[in-house]
Design a protein around this ligand. Structure first.
Ligand code: C2E
Ligand code: CA
Ligand code: CA
Length: 668
């Protein structure tokens, strides 16, 4: 009705009135405020029941003799029992985590119960008044005043209950004691009324501040969540390789470092594997970067299938990937896991307009129960990978004690090479290349020799590799090419000189220019010079390498593709290079008498050379049997220990004069 009146005539008051009414309700709209109110209340409300019970017992005791038992014993006993039950309930549920809806429900119940108890306690205490003497009456007033103030304080966080209590207790109190007409009680009534007004003001201010605090805490919490989400997202992106969807190098290293103490020092087994794609560069060069990216993404997809709690895979950069294996794995099991990965990566890659074939080599380093430094393991895995790429392409290799010995030796060679007096320590051997049927010497291949003052003789396969890692190879090529050409000048005109170029010699225009200068300055006719490059030399940058070869070819020199069949270039690749000759690798010759596959390979290369009008040389011929088979397959030019081991310049020169005297025939 009041609401109706207000609605009709006093719209402004209507708002104020509904605001007042809402103070007596628990809205429950603000979930975090409701929960915080409940938590705060559950800490204080047991105190409220403590105050109620002790104060009530005190008042009842002073009235036991003057007041009938139902009022002085049974009613307070019943009210105290209710209080004790509620006290126990709050104590028990104090640490329960409740949701906002439950909290709101419990708060509403508390408000209702507070109102009911307030009515009963007020009625009970006022009903004692007529039975007591002046002291007891003062006790009643004191009891009511002190109890209500105590309870209001305990209900500070539940505004609705605190206000209900104030209204239910203070109004009857003031009316009752004013109506007694006794100055002391009138004064007490006025006093309590004023104190209550002050308390209500404090209560409202406190509650408003409390609500704001919760609100700002909630905002802060939301902002923290958002900040955390952004930082998680940043972390994820910073640790993810966008192309493959795998974790990136940073994540891999973090996983290594993070897992370090537990992974490498708890006596367990930990395995680092480095995976490198063989032939990826060719795909990139031949089919373009978009195809290269597609292949890498596909590699990522294939690697993801190996991910589980015991295996962490990441892309470390370019076409290199990392694997971390955990668990008590034997070497056989590691090899098995590595082989599975290699097999998955060897399956064809179906690009939109072509199919690419790659393989992957893996180098593993294993830590078995010993405290190993992560960087040492990383270096070992890298070494094992290098070894796999050199000797077992497309397969996993585990770093072994032999590798450790090799690695130490590597360090020695690298050091010696850096300090060596190359002009003095380098020399050349020459190995004849003969032509059937008369085994006439068609040329010599110049082969590098290095005898170091501290570490002695180092085979070229070993030191060239190290020299290629530094710029020393450019100097080595210069020194040796000058010497090789100097020797060739002394040979008959039809005898050619073959010289091995390194990848680095054709990898930059400057280096190539230097080779051209040396050849021009030597005055050896360019047609007598053959420059050998290995297939793997082309892998680093096909376009630059092929441009350099064209420049050299313009001089008139011949270009040979060395070690054919060991690298990764396909036959279709050959015609894109300005080649004159193919040298079939000696690995096909060793087994040619017994292995039909080797025979087929040699035959197809010989046919290819014939079709493309290329010269062809077979390397590593050691037996007469091999010569006969190779001759039957159509080979004419050969090189190998059977015809002559690498020899000094003087020996080469005397061989040239001798061959005229003792010709050896292989009639076709
Ligand atoms: P390559 O170019 O394939 O050289 C042929 C290698 O096969 C030589 O080994 C030679 O001694 C060996 N060989 C020749 N005939 C036979 C045979 O019948 N049976 C067997 N088992 N081996 C035979 P070498 O001199 O140790 O050279 C190894 C590699 O080092 C060369 O392989 C070449 O890639 C590289 N190399 C040698 N000299 C130079 C050089 O001056 N510059 C560059 N960049 N690399 C060089
Ligand atoms: Ca060669
Ligand atoms: Ca060769």
């Amino acid at each position: 009705m009041v609401d109706q009146i207000l609605r009709m005539g006093f719209p402004r008051w209507r708002g104020t009135f509904s605001a007042c009414i809402s103070m007596f309700r628990v809205s429950g709209e603000n979930a975090s405020l409701t929960r915080s109110q409940f938590i705060a209340l559950s800490r204080q409300i047991p105190l409220l029941y403590f105050i109620l019970v002790t104060n009530t017992a005190g008042l009842a005791i002073t009235h036991v003799h003057s007041t009938p038992a139902p009022l002085s014993i049974w009613v307070p006993a019943f009210l105290c029992l209710v209080c004790v039950v509620r006290f126990a309930w709050w104590l028990r549920t104090r640490h329960h985590d409740v949701d906002a809806a439950t909290a709101a429900r419990r708060l509403r119940r508390t408000v209702r119960l507070a109102a009911v108890l307030a009515v009963f306690f007020t009625a009970w205490s006022l009903s004692l008044y007529p039975y007591g003497d002046a002291y007891q009456q003062i006790h009643v007033a004191f009891y009511m005043a002190i109890t209500v103030i105590g309870c209001i304080f305990c209900l500070m966080h539940l505004r609705a209950a605190a206000l209900s209590l104030t209204v239910i207790v203070i109004i009857p109190f003031v009316i009752f004691f004013l109506s007694t007409g006794k100055p002391v009680f009138v004064s007490i009534a006025v006093n309590l009324f004023l104190v209550s007004v002050a308390m209500v003001v404090i209560l409202l201010t406190y509650y408003r501040d409390f609500a704001r605090l919760i609100e700002s805490r909630e905002e802060l919490h939301l902002r923290q969540i958002e900040t955390q989400r952004l930082s998680d997202e940043n972390f994820r992106l910073a640790n993810l390789d966008s192309l493959t969807g795998l974790p990136n190098r940073r994540a891999f290293l973090a996983c290594l470092e993070g897992a370090g103490p537990s992974m490498f020092q708890d006596g367990g087994v930990a395995v680092i594997g480095l995976v490198d794609l063989d032939g990826f560069k060719l795909v990139n060069d031949a089919y373009g970067h978009a195809s290269g990216d597609w292949v890498l993404a596909e590699v990522g997809r294939r690697l993801q299938q190996f991910e589980d709690s015991s295996a962490f895979l990441a892309r470390l950069g370019g076409d290199e990937f990392g694997v971390l294996l955990r668990g008590d794995l034997s070497n056989d099991e590691i090899t098995h896991r590595g082989t599975e990965i290699c097999c998955a990566l060897r399956l064809p890659y179906h690009l939109p307009d072509t199919t690419a074939r790659l393989s992957a080599s893996i180098g593993f380093a294993v830590s078995r129960g010993r405290v190993e430094r992560v960087d040492v393991l990383f270096e070992r895995a890298d070494y094992a990978l290098y070894n796999a790429k050199q000797n077992s392409r497309g397969k996993p290799v585990i770093f072994s004690a032999d590798h450790e010995i090799e690695r130490r030796r590597s360090g020695l060679v690298e050091q010696a090479l850096a300090q060596a007096d190359l002009e003095r320590e380098l020399s050349l051997d020459f190995q004849p290349i003969i032509e059937l049927p008369a085994t006439r010497i068609a040329g010599f291949e110049a082969l590098a020799r290095w005898t170091n003052s501290t570490i002695g003789k180092v085979p070229p396969a070993e030191f060239i590799r190290h020299a290629e890692r530094s710029n020393r190879i450019l100097l080595i090529s210069e020194i040796l090419l000058e010497r090789a050409l100097e020797s060739a000048k002394q040979w008959p005109d039809h005898v050619r000189i073959s010289f091995n170029l390194s990848t680095r010699d054709i990898e930059s225009p400057e280096a190539t220019r230097r080779i051209i200068e040396i050849i021009s300055a030597s005055r050896v006719p360019a047609q007598r010079i053959e420059l050998e490059i290995t297939e793997t030399a082309l892998v680093s940058d096909f376009d630059v390498a092929s441009d350099s070869l064209r420049l050299l070819k313009q001089l008139g020199v011949h270009i040979s593709l060395d070690d054919f069949g060991t690298g990764f270039s396909s036959l279709s690749y050959v015609h894109r290079l300005p080649l004159d000759k193919i040298k079939i690798d000696r690995s096909f010759v060793g087994e040619i008498a017994t292995n039909t596959t080797s025979q087929k390979v040699v035959k197809s290369v010989v046919d290819l050379c014939r079709n493309l009008n290329l010269d062809c040389v077979v390397e590593g011929v050691e037996t007469e049997d091999q010569v006969r088979i190779l001759r039957d397959l159509g080979c004419r030019k050969m090189q190998g220990y059977l015809f002559g081991r690498p020899m000094s310049a003087e020996e080469a020169l005397s061989l040239l004069t001798e061959e005229v005297k003792n010709p050896r025939y292989y009639p076709s």
